[in-house]
Write a protein that binds this ligand. Structure first.
Ligand SMILES: [Zn+2]
Length: 833
C-alpha cells in the first residue's frame, strides 16, 4: 500500500513535470509576443545565406539549402526557428558539419541547447521551400512575406526586430530574370540554368526580404547619378514607352526629396523595382526591390488626373518606406500603423504640389474622416495602437483606424508642434534607430524633449484609446464648443475646435468645424442644419463658400443623423436631393450620392421609398442627362441604376443596356453593361435568364466572363439556387477569388433580397474564423461588412448579439469586426421610417 502510494505519487510528479516541460519546449503556432521577446534577448547578429533551385514547372518542388549563423547569448533553452510548412520539408540540419537532432512542431523547428553553444553558431539546413507565399505561375514567381509569411518558405527567425543580412543565390530556368534586395554580384550558367548570385544585404527585417524571378522584361535608367532597373511583364510596348520615363522620374524625384527631408542618403545599396500583374497590393516596399501592381504604374493614354496622382502617390509612398519602415522598423507589428502613416504623410508632401488642380484639403477630408468615423462610432472600435499577442494575428490589425484615423492624428501632431519640429524629430528618430527598430513611444520621447507641450499625454488619448469625442455648444455661452462627458472619465481630446457664427436676416447660425480639420462629432442645432441646405453653396462668404466647408458640414450632419439627432431620414433625403443640382464639385457630388443611396436602401421603409420613388428617379435621371462633366455623369449613372425601381426607370435601364438608348458623353464599358444586367436581374421584372445569357454571350474579356459565371447563381430568382451558391462558399476552394465572392455576397444580401438572406447570417458568422485562416488580411472585414450591408432590421442585429453571447471567448479582433459590421444595420433599425 505504501509502495503503491509512492508509485502513484511518482507518476503524478512525472506527469506534471512532463506537462510543464512540454509547455515550455513547444511554443504555440505563429510567433507569440513571449517568443519574440525571448529571442530578441538571446539572439543577435543573424546572417542568412540561402540557395534556391527554382524549376521551370510550377508543380515541381523548390529545393533549398540555407546557412543561418547567429550569436547566441544564453544557450540555456531550446532554440526555436519558424517554419510554417509541411514538417517533412526539413531534410537535414547540420551544425559545423555534424548532423544534429531537431523536432518539428507547431510550425517551428526546435533544437535542444546541447546542440548549440554560447557565441557564434552556424546551422546548415536542407529543405523544400513551401509554396504558400511564392505566388508561382507558369512564367514567373514572386514572394510576398509580409507580415509573417517568410517562414512559410524557409526556416528563419520570422519577427521584425531580429534584423538580419541575406545573401541569396537563385538557380532559375535559362531565360528567366531575377531580382532581389541585394545587388547582382554575378550571373553564371550551371547545368543549363542561370544562376543569379546577389550580394549580402544590409540588415533588414524578415518581412522585407523578397525576390522575383521569371520571364520579365527589364529597362534601365540613371537619374541624379542613381541607376535604377525596372522589371515588367507588359507586352504592349507602346504603353511601356509612354510610361517608363515618367515612372523613373517619379522615383528619382521621391528619393531626392526624402534624402533632403531626412538628411540621410538612400540607405540601401541599390534601387530596383518590379511591376507584377495582379499584385495583391498597390505596392510593397522591399528595400532595393519594390514590387508594384503593374496596372497602377502603366497608365492608359487618357488617364485622369486622379489616376496620375494615385500613381505618383504610390511611388512616393513606397519610396518613403525605404526610410520609414525599412531603415527604421517597428519593433513589433502592433506599430505597423506608424510606417503606413509616415509613408502616406511623406507621399502627400512629395506629390501634392504637382497637382494644383486637385483640392487636397477636401480630398483628405472625404477620404479619411467618414471611413474613420464608420468604425470609431461603433462598439467594435479599437485604438490606433493595439495589443498584439501573436504575429499570426497581425493581419487583423489592418483597418480604417490604421489607414484613415492615423493620418488624421499625424496631421494633427504636425500642426500642434509645427512643421520644423516635426522634421527635426523625425531626422533624430531615423538617425538614432537606423538599421534597427523603434516603437511609437521612442518617437514621442524625442518630440517631448523638444517641446513644452505634453505630447505623451496627447498620444495617450489619441493613439492609445479608441473612440471619437463629441462636442456641444455651451448653453450659457453659445460662443464656445465644449467636449461632452467622455466614456472614459477625465479624458480630454486635445485639439483646436472652431466654429463659424453667421448672421443672416437677423438670425444667428452656427457651423462647427468649418475647415473640417477637427475630429469628432459636433452637435449642431436643427435651424443651422436646415439653413445649410436651404442656402447650399450660395453663401458669398470667405469660409462658407469653400468646398471643404460643405464637405465638413455634410459629414457632420450625417454623423448627427446616425446618432439620432435628426433630421428624419425622409427630410434628409429631400435635403440631399435639393443640394445635388447646386453641387459641381466631383468629390462632393460623389459624397452626396453615397448618402442618397444609404438613405434610400438602409434608412427608408418600403412605404417611404414608394413615396419618394418618382422624385429620386427624376432628379438623378435629369442630372445624368444634364451634367456636362463626364466623371460626374458617370456617378449619376451609377446612382440611377442602383436606386431605380419604377417600371419607367426599369425601361430606361434596359434600353441603356441593350443600346436602344444612348446618352451623349456617357460611355458604357463592358463592366458597366455587366452591372446593368445584374441590376435588371435583381429587379426580376423581365426574363432574367435571357438578360444574363445575352450579357454573358456579349462579354469578350475572358476574366470578366469567368467572374460572371461565378457570380450569376447569386442573382438567381430561384431561392434554391441562391442557397446552393451560399452553401458552395463553405468550401475554401470556392473562396479563392475573394473579389468574386464579395460580388456574390452583395447580390445575396441586396436589400431587395434581404428577407430571404437572413438565413445566411448565422452560418456566415460561423465561418468567420476559418475565413481569417484561409483568406487575405482584408477578407474577414470585407466578408462581415458585405454580409450585413443590405440589412436594416433588429432581427439581424439580434443574430450577431446571440452569436457573440454563445461565444464568450471569441477572438477579440474578429469580435470587433462583427460589432463594426452590425453597427449600421442596428442604427437603421432604430431610425428607419
Ligand atoms: Zn505602405
Amino acid at each position: 500500500m505504501k509502495i503503491f502510494c509512492w508509485i502513484a505519487f511518482l507518476l503524478m510528479v512525472l506527469i506534471q513535470f512532463g506537462c510543464v516541460q512540454r509547455e515550455s519546449e513547444t511554443p504555440e503556432k505563429g510567433v507569440s509576443f513571449k517568443l519574440n521577446e525571448r529571442r530578441k534577448k538571446t539572439i543577435d547578429s543573424i546572417r542568412y545565406n540561402i540557395q534556391l533551385d527554382i524549376p521551370g514547372q510550377k508543380s515541381e518542388a523548390i529545393k533549398g539549402i540555407e546557412t543561418v549563423s547567429f550569436n547566441l547569448n544564453a544557450p540555456d533553452s531550446a532554440l526555436v526557428l519558424d517554419f510554417n510548412s509541411d514538417s517533412t520539408h526539413i531534410i537535414s540540419i547540420q551544425s559545423e558539419g555534424e548532423e544534429i537532432e531537431f523536432e518539428v512542431a507547431n510550425q517551428h523547428i526546435i533544437i535542444e541547447p546541447e546542440a548549440l553553444k554560447k557565441g557564434r553558431n552556424t546551422l546548415t539546413i536542407g529543405f523544400i521551400a513551401g509554396d504558400l507565399s511564392l505566388n508561382r505561375s507558369d512564367e514567373y514567381l514572386y514572394t510576398l512575406f509580409v507580415p509573417d509569411r517568410a517562414s512559410t518558405c524557409f526556416p528563419l527567425f520570422d519577427q521584425p526586430n531580429l534584423k538580419a543580412t541575406y545573401a541569396l543565390t537563385l538557380s532559375v530556368p535559362e531565360h528567366w530574370e531575377a531580382v532581389s534586395n541585394g545587388s547582382l554580384k554575378s550571373k553564371t550558367m550551371r547545368s543549363g540554368k542561370s544562376v543569379f548570385q546577389f550580394a549580402e544585404t544590409k540588415p533588414i527585417s524578415s518581412y522585407l526580404f523578397a525576390f522575383a524571378a521569371g520571364k520579365f522584361f527589364k529597362t534601365q535608367k540613371t537619374l541624379n547619378g542613381r541607376p535604377m532597373t525596372m522589371y515588367y511583364r507588359e507586352t504592349d510596348s507602346a504603353k511601356v514607352g509612354r510610361n517608363k520615363d515618367e515612372i523613373f522620374r517619379l522615383h528619382a524625384k521621391s528619393l531626392s526629396w526624402l534624402e533632403e527631408y531626412s538628411g540621410i542618403p538612400y540607405p540601401f545599396e541599390k534601387f530596383d523595382f518590379a511591376l507584377i500583374p495582379s499584385f495583391q497590393y498597390g505596392g510593397m516596399e522591399h528595400p532595393g526591390s519594390i514590387f508594384y501592381n503593374e496596372s497602377s504604374l502603366f497608365l492608359d493614354e487618357n488617364a485622369s488626373v486622379n489616376e496620375r496622382m494615385a500613381r505618383a502617390s504610390v511611388i512616393a509612398h513606397e519610396s518613403a518606406h525605404m526610410w520609414f519602415g525599412d531603415l527604421v522598423t517597428m519593433d513589433w507589428f502592433n506599430d505597423v500603423w506608424l510606417k503606413e502613416v509616415f509613408a502616406n504623410f511623406m507621399a502627400a508632401k512629395i506629390v501634392h504640389p504637382s497637382f494644383p488642380e486637385i483640392n487636397h484639403e477636401l480630398r483628405f477630408l472625404l477620404a479619411h474622416y467618414p471611413n474613420a468615423y464608420d468604425v470609431d462610432r461603433t462598439a467594435g472600435t479599437n485604438p490606433i495602437l493595439q495589443e498584439l499577442g501573436n504575429l499570426k494575428n497581425a493581419g487583423t490589425l489592418y483597418g480604417a483606424i490604421i489607414y484613415m484615423k492615423a493620418p488624421i492624428v499625424m496631421r494633427q501632431l504636425e500642426r500642434k508642434i509645427g512643421v520644423k519640429l516635426m522634421q527635426e524629430s523625425l531626422q533624430e528618430y531615423l538617425k538614432k534607430y537606423a538599421y534597427s527598430n523603434a516603437r511609437w513611444d521612442d518617437l514621442i520621447q524625442i518630440i517631448d524633449k523638444k517641446t513644452p507641450l505634453d505630447i505623451a499625454d496627447w498620444s495617450k488619448v489619441w493613439v492609445k484609446t479608441p473612440d471619437m469625442p463629441v462636442y456641444h455648444y455651451n448653453d450659457s455661452d453659445v460662443n464656445r464648443l465644449t467636449q461632452n462627458p467622455d466614456s472614459v472619465s477625465s479624458r480630454t481630446w486635445q485639439q483646436p475646435v472652431h466654429f463659424a457664427a453667421i448672421e443672416r436676416k437677423n438670425e444667428q447660425f452656427y457651423f462647427p468645424n468649418p475647415d473640417g480639420t477637427g475630429y469628432g462629432y459636433f452637435q449642431m442645432d436643427s435651424v443651422s442644419k436646415a439653413s445649410f441646405f436651404e442656402t447650399y453653396n450660395e453663401f458669398g462668404h470667405a469660409i462658407l463658400s469653400k468646398p471643404v466647408f460643405r464637405g465638413s458640414m455634410l459629414v457632420n450632419i450625417w454623423e448627427g443623423f446616425l446618432r439620432g439627432d435628426g433630421p428624419a431620414p425622409d427630410t434628409l433625403l429631400a435635403q440631399v436631393l435639393s443640394a445635388l443640382p447646386k453641387e459641381k464639385d466631383p468629390l462632393l457630388t460623389d459624397y452626396l450620392l453615397g448618402r442618397l443611396q444609404s438613405l434610400w436602401w438602409t434608412f427608408l421603409s418600403d412605404e417611404s421609398r414608394s413615396k419618394y420613388q418618382s422624385e429620386v428617379e427624376k432628379v438623378t435621371w435629369d442630372l445624368l442627362n444634364r451634367t456636362a462633366d463626364k466623371g460626374i455623369k458617370k456617378s449619376y449613372f451609377r446612382t440611377f441604376k442602383r436606386v431605380a425601381l419604377s417600371a419607367d426607370a426599369y425601361g430606361k435601364m434596359e434600353s441603356l443596356w441593350n443600346g436602344k438608348l444612348v446618352i451623349k458623353d456617357l460611355a458604357l464599358s463592358e463592366e458597366d453593361k455587366i452591372s446593368l444586367a445584374y441590376e435588371l436581374a435583381l429587379r426580376a421584372s423581365g426574363d432574367v435568364d435571357a438578360i444574363l445569357q445575352t450579357q454573358m454571350d456579349s462579354t469578350k474579356n475572358p476574366d470578366r466572363k469567368a467572374r460572371m459565371q461565378f457570380v450569376i447563381p447569386s442573382i438567381s430568382q430561384d431561392e434554391a439556387k441562391r442557397d446552393a451558391f451560399f452553401e458552395s462558399l463553405k468550401k475554401p476552394g470556392n473562396r479563392e477569388k475573394e473579389a468574386w465572392v464579395l460580388d456574390g455576397l452583395a447580390n445575396l444580401h441586396h436589400p431587395l433580397r434581404a428577407k430571404s438572406a437572413v438565413k445566411y447570417l448565422r452560418p456566415s458568422l460561423d465561418l468567420l474564423q476559418e475565413i481569417q485562416l484561409t483568406g487575405d488580411i482584408f477578407f474577414p472585414t470585407r466578408w462581415t461588412n458585405t454580409t450585413f450591408s443590405g440589412h436594416s432590421t433588429s432581427e439581424v442585429t439580434n443574430i450577431a448579439t446571440k452569436f457573440l453571447q454563445e461565444h464568450p471567448d471569441y477572438p477579440y479582433f474578429l469580435k470587433n469586426k462583427i460589432l463594426q459590421a452590425v453597427d449600421m444595420p442596428s442604427r437603421a433599425a432604430k431610425l428607419k421610417r
